[in-house]
Write a protein that binds this ligand. Structure first.
Ligand code: SF4
Ligand code: SF4
Length: 381
C-alpha cells in the first residue's frame, strides 16, 4: 500500500553539492536535487542509508511540489551549472504517480535550460514511462541513467525487497542499451557476508551482457538503524545463517546496536575493501567495461583513464554564454580534483572550483564577462 502523500514547499536552495570537503573527496561537483524528504521511497530497501537518518521520513512520502519553479529560477541565476543528480535520497522513478509526475516536470525544466543530468533508479518500468512522456530524451545529449543491480535474484529479498525484480532490471538495461540510451550500472551496496564472490561475478557478467559499459560499486556503510533492518530481514529469511558473517564483515556487535551512537557507521575494513575492489575491477575490465569505486577508496582504484567515477562522458558542466544560453564546457565533467581539462587555469574561469568543496552557490553565480566571450566551446554552441 502506498503510504500517505504530503506536498510541501522546499525552503532554501534546491540545487546543492555533496557536503564532503576536499580531503578524500571523490564525488564531482554536482547539483543534487532532493525531490522528497530523505528516504521517502516505497521500495523500502533494508540497506538504504537515506531511510536511516534520524530525520528520515520513511513512513510517508513528502514531496517538494515547488521544485520545478525553484530549479527554473535557480538555473536562470547560474553562470555555471554542474550536472544535476536526481536523486541521492529517494528513487525518483519509483512507481508512485505523484513522484513520477514531479520528476517529469523537473526534467522538462532541465531540458529547457539545456544542462546535464542523470538519474539513479531501481525501477524497471520507470525509464520507459519517462521516455514515453518526454520523447526528446531519446536524442538529448546531456543525460544518462544509472540502474542499481546490487544482488542476485535469490538474495534481493534482503537488499531491495520491494524494488523491481533483478531480472526485470537487467531486461530494462538490455532494452535501453538496444535503444542506444546512455546507461551505467551500480552494484552497491554489495553486502559482504551475504553476497559472495560468485554472486559478484554473476552480477557483472549479466550486466556486461546487457551492453552496459561502466559499473560503480561499493560495500557501503550502515548505521544502527539500517544494520538492524538488514539483520531483521536476514533472520526471517533462508539466509539467516549469514547473520554472523555480515556482522563480522561490517565490524558490528549486535548486542551493542541499541545503545550505540546513532552516528556510528559500520563499514568493511580497509584491506577487505582493497581486495574486493581490486578483484572486481579486474573481472569487470576483462568483460570490456570500466569500473569505479563509490567513495570508499581513492580514484587510483578506479579504471585508468575514466574522467570521473560515473564513467560516462555526457554530463558536462555548462557555462552560460553572453546570449544567456548554457553551453557544455569541453571535456569538463565537474570532477575538478581529478580531471579539470586545463588545471590550474580552468576553462570555466573559476579557479575556486578547483578546491571549493562543497561549492558555494555564489561561486556558480558570479558572472565573468571576459570569460563568457573567450570560452572555448564545442562546435554547435
Ligand atoms: S530505491 Fe534507493 S532510495 Fe529507495 S529505498 Fe531503495 S536504496 Fe533507498
Ligand atoms: S573547468 Fe575545471 S575547475 Fe571548472 S568546473 Fe570544470 S573541472 Fe571544475
Amino acid at each position: 500500500m502506498t503510504p500517505a502523500i504530503e506536498f510541501r514547499n522546499l525552503q532554501g536552495s534546491a540545487l546543492h553539492d555533496f557536503p564532503y570537503p576536499p580531503k578524500r573527496r571523490k564525488c564531482p561537483h554536482y547539483a543534487l536535487v532532493s525531490i522528497t524528504e530523505s528516504g521517502c521511497c516505497i521500495h523500502k530497501c533494508p540497506v538504504c542509508y537515506a531511510r536511516a537518518y534520524l530525520w528520515s521520513a520513511d513512513d510517508r512520502l513528502v514531496l517538494y511540489q515547488n521544485l520545478p519553479e525553484k530549479i527554473d529560477r535557480e538555473l536562470s541565476q547560474l553562470q555555471i551549472a554542474p550536472p544535476l543528480y536526481l536523486s541521492q535520497i529517494t528513487d525518483c522513478l519509483q512507481p508512485v504517480s505523484e513522484i513520477r509526475e514531479l520528476t517529469v516536470k523537473i526534467i522538462r525544466v532541465i531540458l529547457r535550460h539545456q544542462v546535464s543530468f542523470h538519474l539513479v533508479t531501481k525501477s524497471a518500468d520507470g525509464p520507459f514511462e519517462l521516455i514515453e512522456r518526454i520523447p526528446e530524451l531519446l536524442t538529448y545529449p546531456y543525460w544518462y541513467l544509472s540502474m542499481t543491480i546490487e544482488a542476485t535474484p535469490e538474495k534481493q529479498e534482503i537488499t531491495s525487497t520491494f524494488a523491481s525484480p533483478i531480472e526485470q532490471r537487467l531486461w530494462t538495461l538490455r532494452k535501453l542499451c538496444q535503444m542506444k540510451m546512455a546507461i551505467t550500472a551500480r552494484t552497491d551496496p554489495f553486502l559482504l557476508g551475504l553476497m559472495k564472490a560468485e554472486d559478484a561475478l554473476w552480477l557483472v557478467q549479466q550486466i556486461a551482457k546487457t551492453g552496459v559499459k561502466h559499473i560503480v560499486s561499493s560495500t557501503g556503510y550502515f548505521n544502527r538503524i539500517s544494520m538492524r533492518r538488514v539483520l531483521e530481514v536476514l533472520e526471517k529469511s533462508k539466509w539467516r545463517e549469514n547473520v554472523p558473517q555480515v556482522l563480522k564483515a561490517y565490524r558490528c556487535n549486535e548486542e551493542l546496536l541499541i545503545s550505540i551512537d546513532p552516528k556510528k557507521r559500520f563499514t568493511v575494513d580497509w584491506q577487505t575493501k582493497v581486495r574486493y575492489h581490486r578483484w572486481l575491477r579486474q573481472k569487470v575490465e576483462s568483460l570490456g567495461m570500466t569500473y569505479a569505486v563509490c567513495q570508499e577508496l581513492p580514484k587510483e582504484f578506479d579504471s585508468v583513464g575514466i574522467r570521473h567515477c560515473e564513467g560516462i562522458e555526457r554530463n558536462f558542466v555548462h557555462f552560460k554564454d553572453k546570449d544567456g544560453v548554457f553551453c557544455p564546457i569541453s571535456d569538463c565533467f565537474g570532477d575538478c580534483l581529478r580531471s579539470c581539462p586545463t588545471s590550474p587555469k580552468p576553462p570555466c574561469g573559476k579557479k575556486e572550483l578547483l578546491y571549493q568543496y562543497p561549492y558555494r552557490l555564489k561561486t556558480l553565480k558570479m558572472f565573468n564577462k571576459r570569460r563568457q566571450e573567450k570560452l572555448f566551446l564545442p562546435s554547435g554552441c
